[in-house]
Design a protein around this ligand. Structure first.
Ligand SMILES: [Zn+2]
Length: 275
């Protein structure tokens, strides 16, 4: 693929300044976020910057979809659930900051939003359009960035980026960007209008949640791929397949931890060169 980033579809430039920042991080704070407590030396802590995309109101089947997820939702519900899901890998995601950003005020923006609202898995250029209407000017260059966007297409719930290939030699520290929707029509197979995506879902897995989709997309950022439905023997997995769930296989844990360790090294190198 010639594009700088490869795109993994989940189960997937021209920007305005952010409205404001809810919590500004700095280098000293970021360095501290990398260190787990000495009692949990086996834990790998990965900093993450969340971005709430506002101003991207989209209409579908009589529903007006906007950004309803809040900083409080992220802190109290989403990040604890992501960390519950990633606990078997002994990876903990820590919030570096939460940013509120706006969409681009360009002539194409309104048309793109209409097209995204009507898009499906076959729509050409869907992810490109979404990324073109999101303000990524406050993307952190070294840590993970997760963007919440109102709606990403029919029966779709998110997508993730990573650069340079699927193997650790090609892409040692994975990708740093992913997008997750706040509205979904996947549970009904798009037979019903989109509805607000549940932030969390009580066990066991039934329809999924914002938090599970975040965990899945972050898995792609750590180079995890979808299981092959034809050959998979382990089911109920976070990365999808025949039956979805929360499970991470031994190999997935090993790969994710390797990539996560390499990400920490990259972040430390970036901090050393950006005092
Ligand atoms: Zn996926």
């Amino acid at each position: 693929m010639t594009h700088r980033f490869r795109v993994l579809l989940a189960c997937c430039v021209f920007f305005l300044s952010p409205l404001f920042s809810l919590a500004q991080g700095n280098h000293k704070d970021l360095l501290r976020l990398l260190d787990a407590s000495p009692a949990d030396a086996d834990i790998i802590q990965l900093p993450i910057r969340f971005h709430l995309v506002h101003g991207a109101t989209m209409e579908k089947k009589g529903v007006s979809m906007n950004m309803w997820i809040s900083e409080t939702n992220i802190r109290r519900e989403i990040i604890p659930e992501i960390n519950r899901i990633w606990q078997p890998a002994r990876i903990t995601w820590v919030i570096e900051s939460i940013r509120e950003v706006h969409v681009a005020d360009t002539p194409d923006c309104t048309a793109h939003l209409k097209e995204i609202a009507q898009s499906n898995r076959e729509t050409s250029g869907r992810t490109k359009m979404i990324m073109e209407v999101i303000d990524t000017s406050h993307r952190h260059p070294a840590i993970h960035n997760l963007y919440f966007f109102p709606y990403v297409g029919e029966t779709l719930q998110g997508f993730a980026f990573f650069g340079g290939g699927l193997s650790i030699p090609d892409n040692p520290d994975g990708g740093t960007m992913c997008v997750v929707c706040a509205w979904t029509d996947k549970p009904s197979g798009a037979r019903h209008p989109p509805h607000k995506f549940d932030l969390c879902e009580p066990l066991p897995f039934k329809q999924g949640s914002v938090s599970r989709t975040c965990s899945h997309e972050l898995g792609h950022n750590l180079l995890l791929q979808h299981p092959d439905k034809e050959t998979q023997t382990i089911t109920k997995r976070l990365m999808g397949g025949k039956q979805k769930g929360y499970g991470l296989t031994f190999d997935e844990v090993a790969l994710a931890r390797s990539v996560a360790r390499n990400r920490i090294s990259t972040i430390k190198k970036w901090l050393a060169t950006h005092p």
